[in-house]
Design a protein around this ligand. Structure first.
Ligand code: SAM
Length: 270
């Protein structure tokens, strides 16, 4: 389901974008590092796509050491932290992955998290990224699928689940109107197999998020950036305000989004 055009709704130039990216790092970095650590050696060359605040690029810079190379690419790399940019092995590039040429490989690891679903050329990018891999290298694509409609595990307010469901419905509609493919997390595996990557495997993980912590702050940060768009996609402003209030309360616990991580390898000699 590739659309010809797409736009990135949550652009890094909006006020509050940094807070949202920090929430993503807090929620996801540990599991990303568990996944990619076995794939990265000292001296490796890595490509981090849609680098956001650069937290994964920072981890990669430590892992590859000064003899390695980390290329961090973003449409707007302005929020990649200075401490990441200052590493001699890190190169930060401003690129639009819908239209600009890809950085020159080969890479031992190419990693993209919460990015390709937003890009209309996602299907074509998978074989292009596979083509950047060194023999034995790995492509890792991580995407979110919803945990389910408004799964609230605990709340003192009976309406939290319904409010959360309405928020998620408006969010999916907003992203969809910008060309985001909500089925992409499930389609990545077949796309990698079609790109002739070997040993493709998909891991799905999720955990609960407590009110006030990063996972529950995400909808607060996101809706702070795109309130008008969410309202334009059917969300009642009063519902949004009530949800934002409730997600800050530690008595509320929601089931976090499912993270679908798919890994494919370029065979040695392949
Ligand atoms: C949802 S954020 C995820 C950031 C980071 N990967 C993470 O998981 O914490 C998506 C990132 O991809 C970048 N991005 C969006 N569209 C892009 C494009 N066309 N080309 C390159 N980067 C893009 C955004 O600027 C943003 O930093």
């Amino acid at each position: 389901m590739t659309t010809a055009t797409s736009s990135y709704t949550l652009d890094n130039g909006r006020p509050g974008a940094g807070g949202m990216l920090d929430c993503l790092s807090a929620v996801l970095d540990q599991s990303t590092v568990e996944l990619i650590a076995p794939l990265v050696q000292l001296g490796a060359h890595c490509l981090e796509l849609g680098a956001g605040n650069g937290s994964v690029a920072r981890w990669l810079a430590d892992a590859v050491g000064t003899g390695g190379r980390v290329v961090a690419v973003d449409l707007d790399p302005g929020l990649v932290r200075a401490e990441v940019r200052s590493r001699q092995q890190v190169q930060v590039l401003r690129r639009d992955l819908r239209t600009d040429p890809l950085p020159e490989g080969p890479f031992d690891l190419v990693h993209a998290r919460l990015l390709l679903a937003h890009l209309g050329n996602r299907d074509a990018l998978v074989p292009a990224l596979a083509g950047l891999l060194a023999p034995g290298g790995a492509l890792v694509v991580e995407e979110w699928g919803a945990a389910g409609p408004g799964v609230v595990l605990s709340s003192p307010w009976p309406e939290t689940a319904e409010l959360y469901r309405r928020y998620q419905t408006a969010l999916v509609a907003m992203f969809g109107s910008a060309g985001n493919d909500p089925t992409w997390s499930v389609r990545v595996h077949a796309a990698m197999a079609a790109a002739r990557l070997a040993d493709v495997r998909t891991v799905v993980r999720a955990r609960s998020w407590t009110g006030g912590t990063a996972g529950c702050r995400l909808p607060i940060e996101v809706s702070g950036q795109v309130r008008e768009q969410l309202v334009g996609h059917g969300l009642d402003p009063a519902d949004l305000d009530a949800l934002r209030e409730q997600l800050g309360d530690p008595r509320v616990v929601v089931m976090g989004n499912l993270t679908w991580s798919t890994i494919g390898h370029k065979t040695v000699g392949g």
